[in-house]
Design a protein around this ligand. Structure first.
Ligand SMILES: Cc1cc2nc3c(=O)[nH]c(=O)nc-3n(C[C@H](O)[C@H](O)[C@H](O)COP(=O)(O)OP(=O)(O)OC[C@H]3O[C@@H](n4cnc5c(N)ncnc54)[C@H](O)[C@@H]3O)c2cc1C
Length: 171
């Protein structure tokens, strides 16, 4: 790829970061831009329901790479930036606020979001979902929550067991 090639990675989770790393490790010399609405560089989410939830890990333990990695690898990380549209003919992505960014290669690494239960009351704001760093303290401080019988439910139950509070897994 030429120096001018534009690689735009939509989503700065582990997959987006792995894409940027693999590109560089395989000799990619184009301009790499990673976009994420989150205020943080790519971080590991599993501790959010485990060590971080239990208070055994801090925010500083979560990032996958050091702050310096992005500059060292010439990867531009744009936080607080959400992509609203992609124009495949013009090869541009449009951010929420209207700015356009041209690409030669666009990688979608946007992950997935938890769905809310499609039942009456499922939109109750007291029913929490867990995806981001911000969600974890809400779980940590909640005194009583009900969780499903998934591995996450088990992790939450485990965290609850270690921190005195009540927790129920529903089938
Ligand atoms: C609480 C929790 C615990 C987990 N525990 C485990 C575990 O124990 N074991 C395990 O194997 N897996 C676990 N997982 C799953 C694992 O974290 C995911 O598989 C992994 O994060 C997926 O990485 P990803 O990069 O594909 O997506 P994500 O990590 O979801 O990252 C996607 C990124 O894209 C961004 N994005 C979305 N839409 C846009 C847009 N329009 N514009 C710009 N950016 C956008 C998002 O904000 C996010 O930053 C857990 C996940 C969570 C949330």
């Amino acid at each position: 790829m030429s120096q001018e090639e534009q690689v735009v990675i939509v989503g700065a989770g582990p997959a987006g970061l792995a894409t940027a790393r693999a590109y560089r490790e395989n000799g990619g010399s184009g301009r790499v831009t990673m976009l994420t609405p989150e205020p943080y560089a790519p971080y590991n989410r599993p501790p959010l329901t485990k060590e971080y939830l239990r208070g055994e890990a801090s925010r500083e333990d979560l990032p996958i790479e050091s702050d310096g990695w992005y500059e060292e690898n010439s990867v531009e990380l744009r936080l607080f930036t959400s992509v609203a549209a992609i124009d495949r003919e013009r090869r541009t992505v449009t951010m929420d606020e209207g700015e356009e960014l041209a690409y030669d290669v666009c990688v979608l690494a946007t992950g997935s979001e938890p769905i809310r239960l499609p039942v009456p009351g499922g939109d109750d704001p007291d029913i929490l979902t867990m995806r981001t760093i911000e969600n974890s303290p809400a779980f940590r401080t909640a005194s009583e929550r009900e969780t499903g019988p998934s591995s996450w439910g088990a992790a939450l139950s485990d965290a609850r067991r270690r921190r005195p509070s009540r927790c129920a897994a529903l089938r």
